[in-house]
Design a protein around this ligand. Structure first.
Ligand SMILES: Nc1ncnc2c1ncn2[C@@H]1O[C@H](COP(=O)(O)O)[C@@H](O)[C@H]1OP(=O)(O)O
Ligand SMILES: [Mg+2]
Ligand SMILES: [Mg+2]
Ligand SMILES: [Mg+2]
Length: 342
């Protein structure tokens, strides 16, 4: 069974949401709220979650959604709620040609209810979407990389992944040139990429870099040292003979980057043994890397298990690399971490 229709709706939904996130990215007003876990959420995260879940509910009314955000921050703050509804309404008005396929939201009450359709607990049964309306909110606030991410799972296995990275260059050779790419994949059918500016273009197939010589390989890692250990990453790079400086960027833009051959390895090294990675942070990106010729496991070498609920509670960290490099990278990770962590 091909999931071409799910991929098409996923692409349209995240592109529509990206019009809203870019408007906020380029505005002074971000409307940031600090959540219970101390992480930031902005009016753009809420607006994008509302638009994307309403698209899924319109196209696939029986499906469930595990989304990062809920409406509690907006229910407690009328002015932010008004700001988000203004953004959502403007975006819907500006994209009327998509209403037949993606539907719309009638008022701010419905918008809050739609955001809360993302509170599903996930699991191993049925059709479930994993949504990160803005991945890398800290990067978004800093003017760095972020991604709008949507994965589609059937019985706990990711079948479709779609990512928009609005600030990655279309041509990696021209970092100051046109920005904004959309990547997607269907399991077993490969991964593709196209510029955001060409919504009706056919995606171009992408594949990981073929560099297998570690002295020429490059790491991608997060900007936030609190999300992944930079010092252990540096020791692992040294032990593998990697000399190039690592490419630092926020969000699943790292998965996007290695899947189109910019960087060969992405590591996410646990900074605490209690943090559980969230399914929406990995569903789309991990499938795109696998379909571009990579292998994605945790630091124990275990496959990512999306059947466990809202988090990857049986996994720790991420090791993503070209198939030919992965066993050696994993061994180096385990040698480095076993003293302090395993
Ligand atoms: N303690 C943590 N360890 C690992 N990842 C975290 C932690 N806290 C937040 N995150 C999530 O890490 C991701 C960003 O990763 P990176 O550092 O690679 O850019 C985001 O999804 C962020 O959530 P959010 O979606 O709220 O931004
Ligand atoms: Mg967040
Ligand atoms: Mg995230
Ligand atoms: Mg997020």
């Amino acid at each position: 069974m091909s999931y071409a229709n799910e991929r098409r709706i996923a692409e349209l939904a995240i592109q529509r949401a990206c019009l809203l996130t870019e408007r906020v990215y380029n505005s002074q007003v971000k409307g940031t709220i600090t959540k219970g876990d101390k992480s930031p959420v902005t009016i753009a995260d809420f607006g994008a979650q509302a638009l994307i879940i309403s698209s899924i509910a319109h196209a696939f009314p029986e499906d469930s959604v595990v989304g990062e955000e809920d409406s509690s921050g907006l229910r407690a703050d009328q002015s932010k709620r008004d700001l988000v509804w203004g953004l959502v309404k403007d975006t819907l008005d500006a994209t009327k040609e998509l209403t037949a396929e993606l539907g719309k939201i009638k008022d701010d009450e419905e918008m809050l209810a739609v955001i809360d359709k993302g509170t599903h607990q996930g699991g191993s049964v049925g059709r479930i979407w994993a949504l990160d309306p803005i991945d890398g909110t800290k990067g978004f606030l800093r003017g760095g990389q972020y991604a709008v991410c949507l994965g589609f799972m059937v019985d706990g296995k990711v079948q479709v992944g779609a990512l928009v990275c609005p600030n990655l260059p279309v041509d990696p050779e021209k970092p100051e040139g046109e920005k904004g790419i959309l990547l997607s994949a269907i399991r077993g059918e490969g991964a593709t990429m196209r510029p955001l500016s060409a919504p009706s273009a056919q995606g171009t197939p992408i594949s990981m870099s073929s560099i297998t010589d570690f002295s020429k390989a490059r790491f991608c890692e997060g900007v936030e040292a609190g999300h992944s250990s930079h010092s252990e990453q540096a020791s692992i790079a040294k032990s593998l003979g990697i000399t190039a400086p690592s490419i630092q960027m926020d969000s699943q833009a790292k998965y996007a980057s290695i899947s189109r051959g910019v960087g060969e390895i992405y590591l996410r090294l646990p900074t605490s043994m209690t943090y559980e990675e969230k399914i929406w942070d990995h569903a789309a990106g991990s499938l795109i890397v696998e379909e571009a010729g990579g292998v994605v496991t945790d630091i124990y070498g275990k496959e990512l298990d999306f059947t466990q609920g809202r988090t990857l509670k049986t996994n720790k960290g991420i090791v993503a690399a070209l198939k030919a490099l992965h066993p050696t990278v994993l061994k180096a990770v385990q040698e480095e971490l076993k003293v302090s962590k395993l």
